[in-house]
Design a protein around this ligand. Sequence first.
Ligand code: CA
Length: 746
Amino acid sequence: MQIATRLHIVIIALSLALVSCAQDSGGKLVRNIDEFNDAVAVLQPGDVIVLANGTWTDVEFKLKANGLPDQPVTLTAEEPGKVIIAGQSNLRFSGEHIVVSGLVFKDGYTPTSEVISFRTSKDNLANHSRVTNTVIDNFSNPERYDSDLWVGIYGKNNQFDHNSLIGKGNRGVTLAVRMNTEASHENGHVIEYNYFGPRQTLGSNGGETIRIGTSHYSREYSNTVVRNNYFDRTSGELEIISSKACGNEIRDNVFFESQGTLTMRHGHYTTVEGNYFLGNRVPNTGGIRIINENQTVRNNYLSGLTGHRFRGALVIMNGVPNGPINRYDPVIDSLMNNNIVIDSDHIQLCAGSDEERSAPPTGSSMHNNIFMSKTNLNPFTVYDDISGISFEGNVLNEEADVSIDTGFSKVPYSVVENEHGLRVPEQSLIDEIGFGEVKLPVNKDETGADFYPKTDSVVAFQSGTTHTVAAGTNTIVDALANSGPGDTLVLENGGEYLLTKYAFIKHPVTIKTDGGEKAKLRSGKASFFIIENGGGLELENLWIDGADSPDQPGNNVVSTSKYSMNRNYSLAVRNCKVTDLDINHSFDFLKVYRSTFADSIDIIDTEMTNVTGSILSLDKETDDLGMYNVENVTIIGSMFTDVQGAVANIYRGGTDESTFGPIVVVENNEFNNTGLGRRNKPGASLKFHGVQKLHISHSRWDGSAPLELYLTNGEPITVIKDVVMKDTAELRANNDAYEIENVSYE
Ligand code: CA
C-alpha cells in the first residue's frame, strides 16, 4: 500500500515536472483527444500544443488556428519520435502559420482519404504552414485497392520538409499537391529534404510517390518546388513523380533504384534540373519523361537505368493533336539538354506513337547531352518523325549506333568512378557542356525525420536464424510459431511430417531439407501453407504429397490469405517433388485470392506429377483495369506431368499503361500431358494474357494442351524460341506481334 502511494506521488511529481517543462517552453501538454480539443479551442498566435509521449490510438486531430509569421501555432510531440499515432487516425489542420513536427504515424491507417491534410474542409485550407520532422511508416489501409493519400497539401505557400514517408502498401499517391479549388493554385509550396522510403510495386495505377495537380486543373500554375529529396526504391508504378500542372520546379533530388520515371504528365513550363537517377541496373529503372509544352530538362545525371519504352532514361513522347485535357498533349518547344547518361539502355523519341498519339514533338531540342553506354549499343529508339527535335553537340561512345544523322559526335567510351563514387565520363566532356561537379545534391542521411531509422522492412529469405525441426505431426506448425522473419526451418533427411493444422506463414520463412533425402510433407487440411499479409515462403528440397489431404474439391498446397494483402509476398519452390495432388478434383498447387500480389513466384528444378487442378493460376483481377496478381514468374528446369489444369494462367486485363509486369520467364522445362482436364477453363497448358515481358525457351511439350498468348497494349515483348511441341496443338495467339524462332511440331 505504502509502495503504491509512494509510486503514485512519484508519478504525480513527474507529470507536474513534464507539464511545467512544457509550459516553460510556452507549450500546453495534452494527454488525450479531449484535452487536445480543449487546447485547440483557445489557441492564440505563438501557442504550442504538446502531445504527451505514448501511443495515441484511433484519434482524429483537427486543428483550426491562425498564427502569425513570427508567432506560429505549433503542434508537436513531447519528445520527437515518442508520440505514436496508431489505429484509425489522421491529422487535419487549416488556417495560417501552423507548424506540425515530431509525430509518427504507424500501426494503423486513416479512416478518411488522407493521413495528413492541409485542410479541415473543402473551404478551410492551410496557408504558410509547415509539416516537418514527421513520419508516416506503413500506415496503409489493409484493403490494398482502397485509395488514400498519406499527405494532401492544399492552400498556398506551405512547406513539407525533413519528413519520412515509408512503405505505402495500398493504392493512392503518397504525397499529393491538390489544386481542386482556386485557393490552391499558384501555391508556391516547397517540398524538400524528405526521405521517401521504399514503396513496393502496386500492380496497378495509383502508386505514384508525388503527384502535383490533376489533369482537370493542369492548365493552371502550381509553382510547386520539389528539391533535395531522396527517393529510395519508390517503385509503386510507372510514375515516381507525376507533374500535372504548370510551372513546377523539380531539382536536385536523388532517385535511388526507383522503378519508374519522373513524368511531366500534364501542364507546361516545368523545370527538371540537377536530379540524379541511380538505377544500379535494377529492372524498370527509368529517368525523365517529357510531355507537353515548354518543359526544360537539363543538367540531370542518369546512370545504370534499364527501363525501356515509357521508363527509358530520357523519353520524349508523342501527343494527341487537339486531344482532351486528360490525354497526352504534344511536346512543343521543350528542351532536353546538358544531361549525362551513363550505362543506361534506352532513349525513346516519339514514344507512345500510335493512332491516337499521332503528333510528334515540335520546336524542341536535344543538345549537349553525353551518352556513354555499352549495355545497349543501340540505345535510341525513334518511333515517329523527329524533324521537330533539333540535335546538336551530343556525344556518344564510338561503339554505339544512332540512326539520327546530325548532332552526335563519337568519342571513346571512357567512364571512371569519381571521388564521390559516381561513374563519370572524361572531365573534358563534362567541362564542355558546363555540367559542373558530378556529386549527389543531397545525401540520404540529410533527408527525413532525424530521429527515425531508414532500415529496410523487407526481410530476405534465409537471412535469420536456423531451427532444426524433428519429424512428426505439426512440428512444422510449432516451429513456425517460434520463428522470426528470415528464419530457416531445417527438416530431417527423409523425415515424415504431417500437418493436421494449417501452417500459417506470417513472415518470410524458408522450409528445407539440407541435402540428402527429401523430407516428406503431407497435410490433412485443405491447404498445407497459408501465406498471410507480410508473409513469404521458400520451399527447398522437399517432397510434398497430397495423399492425406481431405476428400473434397479445391485443396491446395499454398494459399494466399483470403483477405486483401497490402504487403507483397514472394513464393519460391526449389528442387522439390510434388506428387498426387489428386484427392478429388481441382487440387491446385497455388491458390491466390483477389487483392493479393506477389513480387515473385519461382518454380526451379522441381517435378510435379499427378495434379487434378492447376499449378499457378494467377487470374483473379478480372476487372480489366490493368491490375494483376504477380510481377515476376520464373519457371526453370522443371517437369510437369499429368496436370489436369494449367501450369500457368496469368491474367492482366485492360489498357492501362502504368505498370511494368507481369514479367515471365519459362526455360528448360517439360510439360507432359498438361492442361487437358475438362475443368481447365483456359484450355491451355500455359496461358498468358497481357503479360508485358515473356520469354519462353528450351522447353518441350508432349501430349499437352497448347500454349496460348493474348497480347495487349504496352508493346509487350514476347519471345518464344527453341521449343518442341509433340502431339500438342499449335500455339494460339490473338495476333502475331511476337518473336518466334525454332519452334517445331512433332
Ligand atoms: Ca499513374
